[in-house]
Ligand binder design. Sequence first.
Ligand code: UDP
Length: 385
Amino acid sequence: MKTDILVVGAGISGAVIAERYASLGKKVLVIDKRPHIAGYCYDYVDENGILMSKYGAHLFHTNDESVWEYVNRFSEWYKWEHKVLARVDEKLVPIPVNIDTVNLLFNQSISSEAEMKKWLEDHRLPIENPQNGKEAVLAKVGPELYEKMFRHYTKKQWDKFPEELHASVLNRIPVRTNKDDRYFSDKYQALPSGGYTQMFEKILAHPNIEVRLNTDYFDIQDEIGDCSKLFYTGPIDRYFDFKYSIKEKLEYRSINFVKETIDQEYFQENSVVNYPGTEVDFTRIIEYKHFGHQKAPNTVIVKEYTVDSGEPFYPVPNQRNQEIYERYRKDAEQLKNIYFVGRLANYKYFNMDQAFKNALDLFHELEIKRKERKRNKRNEKLPTN
Ligand code: UDP
């Protein structure tokens, strides 16, 4: 096997690294154990003619101009301001919490930002520096909304209550004092016109890139000859053969997707409906047909059950896991010309744009270092007066 750069994983991080090095004239080999590219972003048109995501809905949003410019090189994008409804007390209410959420759940008639701020002031708890997910929510919206919308959903998703997680997990969801019902507030919110897989095909289409699917890095590790750099995007503990996880496992959450085709035009009124209560075991139902207002005679829904075994989807951000991860990170740092990139290799709850940014930044950083080394070498060779 002869290549300049070996990339393990054809998801966001691997594809970006491959494309960047290929553009410099390097020969890049990308391997992936799955039968497809695009990692967890993989989407496909199913037997009903609906564009579906195999591993859950992926909503792109960013404030980062460089990431937005980069992704636009490989796909057209259409504006998609994602919305989520939550089924609470048999009502459908917007999440993030906004004026309508409070009016619907507590029979209020709030109509201005000032009234909403007052309502929140009267309900939130005075916690100055939230130390965990529970305190983060209580400090923003108070115990009633915590109980109705956050406590059990979090338990279902993480098998942990919010107090067992970093505040940052729950802080992903803002609180709005107006009627804005968008899930995100970033400047760019969009979906790729032909789907994510098509975009990845374009990213990986460079003639210097070879992609080998159905190839598990750990099966071919010994056959790998010389390559100047290896980029690994899989779970970091797997790379080190779980050496620090014998007693204390580095935790991940996985999702069981249960798909149903339904012989009606639509099943629910929105692409995503969350179920934050204990009445069902799944966290949410996704109806993909809504994305991009697709046309099809029937519809497909996917119920998401978060589970602890299976493909690792989410790192679990808390102190204990951070400590285990740190041990692996320190070992990773010692390796020469092997780089850990992406959500699983960095054990970070990255959004899609952060994954793009992380890979682009790593590439720039390495390139700057390489150019510096080259300059220094040239300077060493210059005759001194
Ligand atoms: N969350 C919640 N209720 C909801 C939606 C989210 O309690 O209806 C919490 C939950 O702990 C979740 C976190 O907020 O993990 C972040 O939600 P997000 O939608 O960002 O998660 P993702 O899209 O990554 O699944």
